[in-house]
Design a protein around this ligand. Structure first.
Ligand code: NAP
Length: 211
């Protein structure tokens, strides 16, 4: 069974963890000290398939890691995680201002590229940053899954991510190299503007249409 390490037990970490557990994966959460109530509930529900441990131990145990921490502490979480050589590191962060009303970097860099500098031996993939927690929890709108764009530079890590996105129930679309996180992070900002500041709410999602 594929073991996924999730660093952070907040909204995103616990929700992706639940979806991956429901899809039959094993999940090991890396938590600072006290895991969220949602993560504790997953321990009760999923038993041996689910574990909560330290950030370093979760990183050690899993070859696929999901970074589900606030952007401002991401460097610290990566340092705490330790050796990440050869691991797939899926970055969900958005480099938001404190008021969630803008991005703190972009255009000539991105959070994902910064994370790749902090974890140079890991294969970083940007994913899950443009969908709400409500959409992660239930990706289906009108009988069809919402779209999830991901990008990265390592083909194998992108394949792993593609399958995890499918396991969560979203429609994965390969959006190119990691540098394209410069486009995915502003896309998330647009989504946050609509969902939060224009009050459309989290039960809204983006979908790529074809004809
Ligand atoms: N909320 C959304 O709809 C959404 C959607 C897409 C992407 N994102 C992005 O995903 C990331 C996580 O968002 P979230 O909504 O899950 O945030 P959150 O609920 O605040 O959870 C973040 C988790 O990070 C962990 N963490 C580790 N070190 C930390 C520190 N020094 N300070 C605070 N937390 C620390 C904590 O887990 P432990 O207490 O177990 O250590 C915490 O619960 C963010 O970068 C966000 O921009 C969010």
């Amino acid at each position: 069974v594929e073991k996924i390490g999730i660093l952070g037990t907040g909204n995103v970490g616990a929700t992706l963890g639940k979806r991956l557990l429901l899809a039959g994966k094993t999940v090991v959460f890396g938590s600072r000290a006290t895991p969220s109530v949602a993560a504790k509930n997953l321990l009760d529900t999923f038993g041996d398939c689910c574990q909560v441990t330290t950030i370093a131990d979760a990183a050690r145990q899993a070859d696929t890691l999901i970074l589900a921490a606030p952007w401002r502490v991401s460097q610290q979480v990566i340092e705490t995680a330790g050796k990440l050589a050869g691991k797939t590191l899926i970055d969900c962060t958005n480099p938001l201002t404190d008021r969630f009303d803008g991005l703190t970097l972009g255009f000539d860099s991105s959070a994902a590229e910064q994370i790749a500098l902090w974890a140079p031996d890991a294969h970083v993939v940007k994913a899950f940053n443009t969908v709400s927690v409500a959409t992660m929890d239930n990706p289906v709108y009108d009988g069809k899954p919402a779209t999830l764009f991901y990008c990265g530079d390592d083909a194998a890590a992108k394949q792993v991510t593609h399958r995890l996105v499918e396991a969560v129930g979203l429609e994965p679309i390969d959006a190119g190299p990691l540098q394209n996180a410069r486009y995915l992070e502003p896309l998330a900002m647009l989504y946050i503007h609509l969902a939060v500041h224009q009050r459309m709410g989290g039960n809204t999602a983006l979908r790529m249409m074809r004809r």
